[in-house]
Every structure is written in C-alpha cells, then in structure tokens.
Design a binder for this molecule. Sequence first.
Ligand code: SAM
Length: 195
Amino acid sequence: MDFQELESYFRSLDRSFFLDDDMKRYASLDMPLPIGYEQTISQPSLVLEMTKLLEPEKDSKVLEIGTGSGFQTALLAKMSATVFTVERIGELMENAKKRLLKLGFSNIYFKVGDGSVGWEEHAPYDRIMVTAAASAVPDELIKQLAPGGRMVIPVGPSHVQSLMLITKTEDNEIQTRSMGMVRFVELKGRYGWTE
Ligand code: SAM
C-alpha cells in the first residue's frame, strides 16, 4: 500500500461532509461524533490507523462491515479495487451512499443488512474491515477471507475492545494479533450482540 497516497487522501477528505449540519462544526476534533440512530463516525486518527493495518492494495476486493457515515468507506475505496460495504441501518446507508456517489466513487457496492454474516455472494475478500465491536470473531468472516488476506476487527465486551489484526496464510492458517485497545459501538446481528 502507498502510505503517502493514503495520508494525502486522508488529509484532503473533508470530514464535515460526512456529518449532519448540527455536528459539522466539530468535524476537526479527533474524536468520534454522533451520526444519529445511536451510532458514531469514528475518530479520524483511528480510521487512518485501521486502514494502515488493513493494507489494502490497488487490486484488493474489500468487505467493510458498518458503513456508518461512509468516511472509512471513502478511504478504502480510494486505496483498493472494489469495496462491498454493509450497514444494518437503512437511513445511514442512504446518506452514506449519496455522499460516496457525490465524491465520484463507482467501485463501491452497498448492502443494507446484517454484516456479521459477511456478504457471501461476493466472497472471498482480500481484506475485511469491521468498524463495530464483535463479542467474538464471526466464523463466517474468517471463512470469507481469502488466503493471504487480512482482517481488522475490534473484539471484546461493549465498554472496551482489543483491535485484532487477523491474517490468513496461503495455507489457510489463521494468525491473530492484538494491536491495542479501542472502543466501538456494538456489532449487532447473528454473529454479534443481540439486537
Ligand atoms: N466507519 C464508520 C464511519 O467512519 O462513519 C463508523 C462506523 S460506526 C462506529 C459502526 C457502524 O456499524 C454503525 O453504523 C452500525 O449501525 C453498524 N453496524 C452494527 N452492527 C452491524 C451489522 N451487524 N451489520 C452492519 N452494520 C452494523
């Protein structure tokens, strides 16, 4: 991955574009902010760090779970070939989709539904980014990760999670590393927390 390209695109992205009018004035703060429906846009420095950990390549097929505002989706779409993004709240997805199309992206596929089960139809994925906290790594996501693939996912109880980097070797061996502590909203659904 070209880190310079990522950082320069990150700096050029206007975070206020991804926020509702009443939140725009807080856009420059390096903290999560409300986007409605009890959900948040993530802290920008963490979005950047997680994208670096994921290391998308220009030919990568990426699955993102938890579209939210679409801010993370924009970085992924800029740095990879295609992004399949899943969000469980229809209204958030509608807003995110409008923004991302307005930015000119034509390599993003959108789905409203339970992303804890992945998006089997288009699997396997070279990269999987989960931006909500899972109680455990969903088996379905491991299955949908391609050999040689990487997944970034916060795992742990609701109040604090370990940010896990999961890699699948070419021989389908799974390696797991904890990259630090984070706090995300819950991943709901079949392989997440109960609705
Ligand atoms: N990365 C996003 C951004 O930059 O705006 C922030 C994502 S927010 C922290 C987590 C999102 O995951 C919320 O929008 C929430 O509705 C969504 N979510 C939670 N459980 C989900 C599930 N099972 N499938 C899809 N999306 C889910």
